[in-house]
Design a protein around this ligand. Sequence first.
Ligand SMILES: NC(=O)c1ccc[n+]([C@@H]2O[C@H](COP(=O)([O-])OP(=O)(O)OC[C@H]3O[C@@H](n4cnc5c(N)ncnc54)[C@H](O)[C@@H]3O)[C@@H](O)[C@H]2O)c1
Length: 226
Amino acid sequence: MKNIVVLTGAGMSAESGIATFRDADGLWEGHDVMEVASPEGFYNNPELVLEFYNQRRAQLKSVKPNQGHFRLQKLEENYNVHIVTQNVDDLHERSGSTSVLHLHGELRKVRSIKNEQLVYSWEEDLVLGDLCEEKSQLRPHIVWFGEAVPMIDQAVELVEKADVLVIIGTSMQVYPAAGLVNYVQHGAPVYFIDPNPSVKESDFNNLTIIKEGASKGMEQLLTVLL
Ligand SMILES: NC(=O)c1ccc[n+]([C@@H]2O[C@H](COP(=O)([O-])OP(=O)(O)OC[C@H]3O[C@@H](n4cnc5c(N)ncnc54)[C@H](O)[C@@H]3O)[C@@H](O)[C@H]2O)c1
């Protein structure tokens, strides 16, 4: 079977009711991103940051995968599909996709602030005083702005082996994720699904833009790929 690699961003989950950044003027649920998604923000006001991610984690219980997620899962009938997501929600997993690499971390995990190898599943609220087994404070398992992206090398390897690359719902402004498209093999088709795409077809070799939301866009793409 051919390999399809799918890069997804916040727009993938928009139809599930999870807000994106750019559609809200660069705010994440009303907050300046540096306030809630940077090490400095955490240092300045850890309670606010923990509460912000507690709310995001709690929201997962009330949202569901959308048709875009389910249609992506359907590609697995005919292709080896690897999803590389910038999203920290769990909607790809809940729609049944079997290979999901989270570049920017996961809401349902936390880790030690001192030893990043100590990662734990976490379903409830996280507060100051919740400690890892080495007695250091736990923080959300999220890659914040300015932090290294440990999964990027694995993502590059996947993209290099893609026969087809699909990009859904990302403004292509957050690096290194946005640079992944540059690793695709010459000649491999690239499909970009976004109602408000930030790229033009002439920007990349073999690029087709589907100017739709994730559900409709995936419906169109399935007619091409299946
Ligand atoms: N669901 C989540 O996990 C979530 C939500 C918000 C932010 N984030 C984080 O914020 C960063 C934001 O960067 P980004 O590029 O992913 O998002 P972004 O907010 O910068 O861009 C969102 C993109 O989605 C598009 N979009 C809007 N509605 C859509 C729809 N129905 N279908 C398809 N596309 C749609 C927009 O046109 C835009 O190009 C990421 O690093 C991510 O970790 C994650």
